[in-house]
Design a protein around this ligand. Structure first.
Ligand code: SF4
Length: 320
């Protein structure tokens, strides 16, 4: 077994049920595939919640939806100075990728896009970080404008399987998100798209999302695990064990052996003492620092964890 061939749906579903010795075999197999394709370096990314709250969409897991009462911060788009300042903060934590994230269906205001473009231009001229944005369902013209201003990557999660999406969001269609991924790719951007687990989806639906992402040929896949926020419809939901999370990471690695797989939101809460296992499970990257509306752990703990595992943080410009 070389790890070059992606596993099929039946095997993926069977592996999500692995227990005992089979679970440990799965970890070893996925870790070996990760090392074959990604070596021993891991990529860190950091984000800015650049515009928070009052989102008209009703995603059941999200603290920023105007349909829920989570008490999450509400503020308009921050200045280009703040966008650049936050990039430097996450760079200081070891991140080589930086994403500017806004709440809302999409950023439509010309002034707001202009502010983001100005920050992107400054960051591009510094040349130290990959520049990503997550600004909703943008038209190709706006994506091209952002790309020309210095954007390298576009992030847009599909969140969950097509068959489960209506249970999670009623205010837009799954195809809107799929189309956004396609537009970002055709604009020449690297695309980061994944989902969030623990929403009540079945194991088969976890595999279904991976199949869709594989068909879309996205470049990197962020995996988030539900942090159930009080005031959202998923408050109190607690579906995931640490081993469930690790099996999801491993199955995604085996289904998409050469892709970048990141563990992002909900890592500390859901994996607890098993956070360091994400790399054995096949992840080759993770988010550092705070998440959109919840706190991450101290980044020095993450850097120590990576070093203790015999791994290194991948600097900008290093080959995959
Ligand atoms: S996930 Fe995005 S689109 Fe959905 S409610 Fe939250 S901010 Fe809005």
């Amino acid at each position: 077994m070389t790890g070059a061939e992606p596993i099929d749906i039946a095997e993926a579903e069977a592996l999500l049920a692995a227990e005992g010795a089979e679970f440990y075999s799965l970890m070893a197999r996925a870790g070996a595939v990760r090392e074959r394709h990604k070596g021993r370096s891991v990529t860190l990314c950091g984000i800015l919640n650049a515009k928070s709250g009052r989102c008209p969409e009703d995603c059941a897991f999200c603290a920023q939806s105007a349909h829920h009462r989570s008490g999450a911060p509400i503020y308009p788009l921050v200045s280009s100075d703040r966008i650049v300042e936050r990039a430097h903060e996450v760079e200081g934590m070891g991140a080589r990728e930086y994403s500017i994230v806004t709440a809302g269906s999409s950023v439509r205001s010309d002034r707001e896009i202009g502010e983001i473009c100005e920050a992107l231009g400054r960051l591009q001229s510094e040349g130290r970080m990959l520049r990503c944005a997550s600004l909703g369902t943008l038209p190709e013209k706006t994506l091209a404008r952002l790309r020309d201003a210095g954007l390298t990557n576009y992030h847009h999660n599909l969140e969950t399987a097509r068959s489960y999406f209506p249970s999670v969001c009623s205010t837009h269609d799954y195809e809107d998100d799929v189309d956004t991924v396609r537009r970002a790719k055709s604009a020449g951007l690297e695309v980061c798209s994944g989902g969030i687990f623990g929403l009540g989806e079945s194991p088969a639906q976890r595999v279904e999302l991976a199949v869709t992402l594989r068909e879309l040929d996205v470049d990197s896949i962020p995996l988030n695990f539900l942090n159930p926020i009080p005031g959202t419809p998923l408050e109190g939901q607690n579906d995931l064990t640490p081993l469930d999370c690790l099996k999801i990471v491993a199955v995604y690695r085996l289904m998409m052996p050469a892709k970048d797989i990141y563990v992002c939101g909900g890592r500390e809460l859901n994996l607890r003492d098993l956070q360091s296992w994400i790399f054995m499970a096949g992840a080759n990257g993770m988010m550092v620092g705070n998440y959109l509306t919840t706190r991450g752990r101290e980044h020095t703990l993450d850097l120590t964890m990576i070093r203790d595992l015999g791994l290194t943080v991948r600097p900008l410009g290093a080959p995959a």
